[in-house]
Design a protein around this ligand. Structure first.
Ligand SMILES: NC(=O)c1ccc[n+]([C@@H]2O[C@H](COP(=O)([O-])OP(=O)(O)OC[C@H]3O[C@@H](n4cnc5c(N)ncnc54)[C@H](O)[C@@H]3O)[C@@H](O)[C@H]2O)c1
Ligand SMILES: O=C(O)[C@H](O)CO
Length: 412
């Protein structure tokens, strides 16, 4: 039997036992669970990453649902044995979750999309600027007392205006990042994604027309046929795909070699999207090539040599770390599991989660985002207006649920 784990308990007499492996920001998520007859146990262990045994101890022999951490067959089957039916990641990415194992055990898997988009894109934009303008190097130089007067060559970096920004993975976050760089710095877009992002293309076209009408150079867009086209052409490249078999080591020695010598590469997706050993070699050989990294291949560690590279800006996986976003993630994670307990349907569009985030309002009676809803045969939330329209005999309904053209629309 694994050793006991220290916990803090809310609403001890609650009927449903909900376990959170981490303390999450804000208090709304706690209130939502406690007010709905849940006994909430929050792990208070000081270590950052819990082992499988730690989590088994937390699940115990009766647990209704579980939030966050690395999950596979051992944990999902233990959760099922304890009577559990739901798990939620406090993250949009769920490459840490073996969804097949969850399906085999009939466990609903939640994630928290939509609330991280702008926050994560802003951090990617910050890393782009910090790397292009050598902000961290210059800050360290200043603090070291090395500044003895203005010099024409001191920390010369790259101008972004009019250059081209490359986005690989133009989904929610990639598209938001692209818009920031285009609107903020008037960069031209080249992107690569498995799907076309017509919304993003339309945005760039309209913004280009606006600039032209005001006598400025219009911005342009191009959807690249291959990822290599983006790598060859772009001055700043930001990676925003999901991590899966197709994107593991997407940036490898061959692809690094075709990038511009003075390019800036940013990664706020997942560490293994870049072959980090190859990246360190590339940074050593190309001092004007710069990177901004939020994520690492062997998190929390960096590959040997990376920490010594002046042309790398590194931050500890903080892309979603704004107060609003983190509290929103906690709320969505809690509502995913609460919705499963209550037998609620799954929200029709996981990209449009604002109704769940209104601080003083009762959230919709739905699970905000369950990634294996279809596999588990869950049904979807239909907005009351549509139900009413159907009841009053409407013959056709315009579905307005897809905010992103290439995001598959869940069945309603
Ligand atoms: N660093 C952080 O804190 C942080 C925060 C949020 C999200 N993320 C990561 O960012 C990822 C993207 O999040 P999102 O909300 O934008 O997801 P999303 O699903 O909206 O976008 C992902 C995009 O990647 C594309 N894609 C998939 N495979 C590809 C391939 N082989 N080549 C090119 N494009 C490909 C998809 O078509 C999609 O458009 C998450 O899965 C997560 O791993 C990291
Ligand atoms: O995928 C995510 O949501 C992040 O990595 C956590 O911020």
């Amino acid at each position: 039997m694994a050793k006991p784990i220290s916990i803090e308990v809310w609403n001890p007499s609650g009927k449903y036992r909900v376990v959170s492996t981490k303390s999450m920001p804000g208090t709304r998520w706690i209130r939502l669970l406690a007010d709905n007859d849940c006994r909430l146990e929050i792990c208070t262990e000081t270590k950052t990453i819990l082992s499988v045994d730690d989590i088994l101890a937390l699940i115990g022999d009766r647990c209704d649902v579980q939030l966050t951490e690395e999950w596979g067959e051992v944990l999902f089957s233990a959760l099922k044995r304890a009577g559990g039916t739901a798990f939620s990641n406090m993250a949009v990415g769920y490459n840490n979750v073996d969804v097949e194992a969850a399906n085999r055990n009939g466990i609903a898997v939640g994630n928290t999309p939509g609330v991280l988009t702008e926050t994560t894109a802003e951090l990617a934009a910050s890393l782009s600027l910090a790397a292009a303008r050598r902000i961290v190097e210059a800050d360290q130089f200043m603090r070291a007392g090395l500044y003895d007067g203005w010099l024409p060559h001191l920390f010369v970096g790259n101008l972004l205006k009019g250059q081209s920004v490359g986005v690989i993975g133009a989904g929610r976050i990639g598209s938001a990042y692209a818009r920031m760089m285009i609107e903020g710095f008037k960069m031209n877009l080249i992107y690569y994604d498995l799907y076309q992002s017509t919304r993003l293309e339309k945005f760039v076209t309209a913004y280009g027309q606006f600039l032209k009408a005001n006598g400025e150079q219009p911005v342009t867009w191009k959807r690249a046929a291959t990822m290599e086209d983006v790598l060859r052409e772009a001055d700043v490249i930001s990676l925003h795909p999901v991590l899966d078999k197709t994107t593991y080591h997407l940036i490898n020695p061959e692809r690094l070699a075709i990038m511009k010598k003075e390019a800036v590469l940013v990664n706020a997706s997942r560490g293994p999207v870049i072959d980090e050993v190859a990246l360190v070699e590339h940074l050593k050989a190309n001092p004007m090539f710069r990177v901004g990294l939020d994520v690492f291949e062997d998190e929390p560690y960096m590959k040997p040599g990376l920490a010594d590279m002046k042309n790398a800006v590194v931050v500890p996986h903080i892309a979603s770390a704004s107060k609003w976003t983190r509290e929103g993630m906690a709320t969505l994670a809690a509502l995913n599991v609460l919705g499963k307990i209550k037998g609620y349907p799954v929200w029709g569009n996981p990209n449009l989660v604002e109704p769940f985030l209104k601080e003083d309002a009762t959230p919709p009676a739905a699970c905000p985002s369950i990634v294996n809803a279809k596999q588990l045969g869950r049904y979807y939330y239909v907005p009351p207006a549509i139900v009413k329209a159907l009841r009053t005999g409407a013959r056709s309904i315009i579905l307005y649920l897809s905010v992103q053209d290439h995001t598959p629309l869940h069945e309603v």
